[in-house]
Design a protein. Structure first.
Length: 251
């Protein structure tokens, strides 16, 4: 029942957005080539589905996103667990992280393209950087916030490393780590598109640039809608995975 309510809310929200879009289209004086109607964007979406371009670009984007995001999360969580248990080491590393964290991942793009060329690698690296810092810092903070009683009980039961890390520290810190993973998901998805606009010859970001160059605003808006819809699905899947992990641990 709860899932049906959620789906209903999504449908209503999208319908409201399309209605507002149609009203704005009818009220504006822009040429249809520059600001198309929802119907025109829908036709462009159907056109891309029929010729297979949309499926091809979605596949390319999802591959890059999966490689960059998953590798970033795994490495960031592992390092965060280590650094969270080594506060004296982290106090020397933290200033460097705080220096690099505010720098936009796209600022590194010229160096990445020069070193790696064009193709999949630049977009993957951009996604990796975008997801890395939120997950790493949230993991370190989560480990620091673990109730000391967990460690006292573990000591009484004779639990030592590496069992302590994977059986006690990680499950106890996971709810807060999950917040960082959620934040990193949105950030990484945004920078996937930005990365593909510069260093790729396929993908949804490249499709936006190609539509702009060919003055196909209908394809551009349809692609933007697809990007938002895929981001919504990814967030829902991540929440489902989080719930299953917590349920498996009895949380």
């Amino acid at each position: 029942m709860k899932k049906l309510v959620t789906i209903k809310n999504v449908i209503i929200s999208v319908a409201i957005l399309i209605v507002l879009w149609e009203i704005l289209y009818l009220a504006s004086d822009f040429d249809a080539l520059l600001f198309p109607s929802p119907a025109s964007a829908g036709k462009a979406l159907a056109e891309m589905c029929e010729n297979g371009v949309l499926a091809q670009n979605i596949g390319a984007s999802m591959y890059r996103f999966a490689v960059g995001y998953i590798s970033s999360v795994v490495i960031a969580v592992f390092l965060g667990l280590m650094l969270g248990r080594l506060p004296k080491v982290f106090q020397y590393i933290n200033p460097v992280l705080q220096l690099l964290r505010p720098i936009s991942p796209t600022a590194w793009m010229p160096f990445i393209v020069l070193l790696c060329g064009i193709g999949d690698v630049p977009a993957i690296v951009i996604i990796f950087i975008a997801a890395f810092f939120p997950v790493l810092l949230s993991t370190v903070a989560a480990v620091k916030n673990i109730d000391p009683i967990y460690f006292r009980v573990s000591e009484n039961f004779g639990i030592k490393q590496p069992e302590l890390m994977w059986k006690v520290v990680f499950p106890a810190a996971f709810p807060q780590i999950a917040n960082g993973i959620h934040l990193a998901l949105g950030t990484a998805w945004i920078f996937l598109v930005a990365g593909e606009m510069v260093g790729a010859q396929s993908g949804l970001g490249y499709q936006i640039i190609d539509a702009r160059n060919n003055i196909r605003a209908d394809i551009l808006l349809a692609t933007i809608f697809v990007i938002g819809f895929l981001g919504l699905i990814l967030d829902a899947l991540l929440k489902l995975l989080e719930k299953r992990v917590l349920k498996g641990w009895g949380i």
